[in-house]
Design a protein around this ligand. Structure first.
Ligand code: OXD
Ligand code: MN
Length: 607
């Protein structure tokens, strides 16, 4: 008798009408075969899905050029289909599940004609982890099948694990004809189902990633008492060899991948990588918060990645062990057949074609690589991979760091006063938009916990859920805010960032272990000047002061914008969040002169 899984696959095939159904086993041989198919048979327009790159300088690397309209997440075409609109909240596009399914059925009828349907069995999380989830994705393009093998733990064993169960996570994906007018990414949280058509782009098409591990998993977490978050997980080793684990939420294309494998600028400190994008956080029996990374690969932004900014990423991309590595929408050096992007080390090659395949001329003013061009690579290639990466229990988290991209206003680092204040800090976080999604770049928007595009339910309920998790933790992590992106009057970043961010992480670790005191401001606690290690940094006291400047007038405006945002959720915004909001507003009113003293950060020696 057919299992529920076999029946489901059969039903989807009846609708989408592929020529062939191929059940993937996740092996390396199979990945080689799929790449061959992508080089020789499958195409987007006239362009083969994969092109082999220079195997000497970039071992196991292949190039993919997407459809030109399909280069980023499309938040306006992404829907969360709860039966009740209120549950989806104003932070999501909503459609009734019946209407959404009807729409998708019409668009999917025969959408795989002439193509192969690949059945991908995969696990989000280590198969032995009590927190992991068994999943199946169907897709009709080799690029997605190969990418999913890199990004997840894909294996035919998952089919046995699912056995006769019906509650496996389901993903139905087709690139359709890439028509942006027929592109939709629909989530059905109660059915653990994602249905996506018209796009091959990572966040729209690798359904285990944003769609399941954040949007649907956040809903599961809300119901089951855990958190699915858009966070890096890393271990910070101090000179004594003690490792402190932290998570960091930053919006898309704000440097999470660089932070995850930071090469420490401080002697004796080392960062160990556990994840660069997603953390599932559970309250352990010991009352601590434990994190696993459900993914097994890195899908990072290429432009700006170099030996200077992220040497460990380049080592990862050039490693020869876990096969293969993909580059999507970078430029190409036609003399050497190597990928190229803005910011890569060395001179700009003479003969480049851009991400659309056109020959590039430096006078054109256009970019060679798309600003959201990406690499896809196994995390197992990473030289700084933590030995705890495969620990099914995960790692205990001592600090949660919440950040955004703010060229003004927000200090380099602050520590919240307590969990509730930290949740408010996260709820009020704003960030300037990037090229990771199809929208205007550089616009300020609220992006609580970097989850605005990924929270699969009403964000007011999400804040309540965070507060409730805090109540269950007997040893809660401290919550911090960071902002690497403040600029000076000339528009230049004040803080050097990258490997120097270890200085901020060190202060956070010192606070976690009560090694240093801190200075109080209305926004939270900031470092006493002597406690933020700046030795060897070429940064003036004035610049340090700028990094911690708190302008009360500008903050009042910021609070008005925050208030507008929080008001959207009506009575679902918890009263505790409003309490914190009021407290901050009062502090800004009352303590302006007192705390203006605190901004003369650089004048207090140390540094
Ligand atoms: C990503 C994103 O690709 O956040 O990780 O868009
Ligand atoms: Mn992300």
């Amino acid at each position: 008798m057919a299992t529920p899984l076999e029946k489901w696959v059969e039903e989807q095939a009846k609708l989408t009408k592929p020529n062939k159904i191929y059940w993937c086993d996740g092996s390396e041989d199979e990945a080689r075969r799929l790449i061959e198919i992508g080089m020789k048979k499958e195409k987007i327009g006239d362009v083969p899905i994969f092109q082999e790159l220079n195997q000497k300088s970039w071992p196991n690397a292949y190039y993919h050029r997407s459809h030109p309209t399909d280069v980023a997440r499309t938040e306006h075409l992404t829907y969360v289909c709860h039966p009740d609109k209120e549950i989806a909240g104003p932070n999501n596009n909503w459609m009734h599940p019946d209407e959404a399914k009807e729409k998708m059925r019409k668009l999917s009828d025969g959408c795989m004609k002439g193509r192969t349907m690949y059945v991908l069995p995969y696990m989000m999380g280590h198969p032995d982890s009590p927190y992991a989830k068994a999943c199946i994705q169907l897709t009709d393009v080799s690029y997605v099948a190969v990418s999913m093998r890199i990004m997840t733990r894909m294996s035919k064993k998952i089919i046995e694990k699912i056995g006769t169960r019906e509650d496996f996570v389901k993903g139905l994906h087709s690139v359709g004809d890439f028509d942006p007018d027929k592109r939709f990414i629909m989530h059905f949280p109660d059915e653990h189902l994602v249905w996506s058509i018209g796009s091959g782009y990572g966040g729209n098409a690798l359904l285990g990633k944003k769609c399941f591990s954040l949007r649907i998993a956040s809903w599961l977490g809300f119901q089951e008492g855990w958190l699915a978050e858009h966070m890096v997980i890393l271990g910070i080793e101090d000179p004594k060899g003690n490792v402190t684990y932290v998570t960091v939420a930053l919006p898309s294309a704000c440097g999470k991948t660089n932070l995850a494998m930071l090469e420490s600028a401080l002697p004796g400190y080392k960062v160990w990588t556990l994840g660069d994008d997603i953390a599932w956080l559970n309250v352990g029996p010991d009352g601590r918060l434990w994190a696993i990374n459900p993914e097994a690969g890195l899908f990072g932004v290429a432009p700006g990645t170099s030996m200077k900014t992220n040497p460990n990423m380049l080592k990862t991309l050039k490693a020869v062990n876990f096969y293969p590595t993909l580059f999507t929408n970078t430029g190409l050096d036609t003399d050497t057949n190597e990928p190229w992007w803005e910011g890569l080390d060395g001179a700009v090659p003479k003969n480049l074609i851009d991400w659309q395949g056109k020959s590039w001329d430096s006078s054109s003013g256009s970019k060679v690589a798309h600003p959201n061009s990406r690499f896809t690579v196994s995390i197992n290639n990473c030289p700084t991979l933590s030995k705890e990466f495969d620990n099914p229990k995960g790692v205990p988290i001592s600090a949660i760091i919440l950040g955004g991209r703010r060229t003004q206003l927000v200090p380099l680092v602050t520590e919240s006063f307590n969990w509730q204040n930290g949740v408010y800090l996260g709820a009020r976080t704003g960030s300037e938009t990037t090229a990771a999604a199809a929208h205007q770049v550089g616009q300020l928007r609220r992006d609580p916990m970097a989850m605005l595009p990924f929270c699969g339910y009403n964000m007011g309920d999400y804040f309540r859920h965070w507060l409730n998790i805090g109540k269950k933790l007997t040893q809660p992590p401290k919550i911090f805010s960071v902002n690497w992106f403040r600029v000076d009057d000339e528009g230049k970043f004040v803080w050097p960032g990258f490997g120097e961010n270890i200085r901020v992480l060190k202060w956070i670790v010192d606070r976690v272990h009560n090694r240093v005191k801190a200075k109080q401001t209305p926004l939270g606690l900031i470092p006493d000047a002597q406690d933020l290690e700046t030795g060897g940094l070429n940064i003036t006291k004035e610049k340090m002061a700028k990094l911690f400047e708190i302008n009360a007038q500008e903050w009042k405006q910021e609070l008005q914008d925050t208030e507008k945002f929080l008001n959207q959720f009506g009575s679902r915004t918890p009263s505790e969040i409003w309490q914190e909001h009021k407290k901050l507003a009062e502090q800004l009113d009352n303590n302006v002169s007192e705390f203006e003293d605190s901004i003369h950060y650089g004048d207090r020696g140390g540094a």
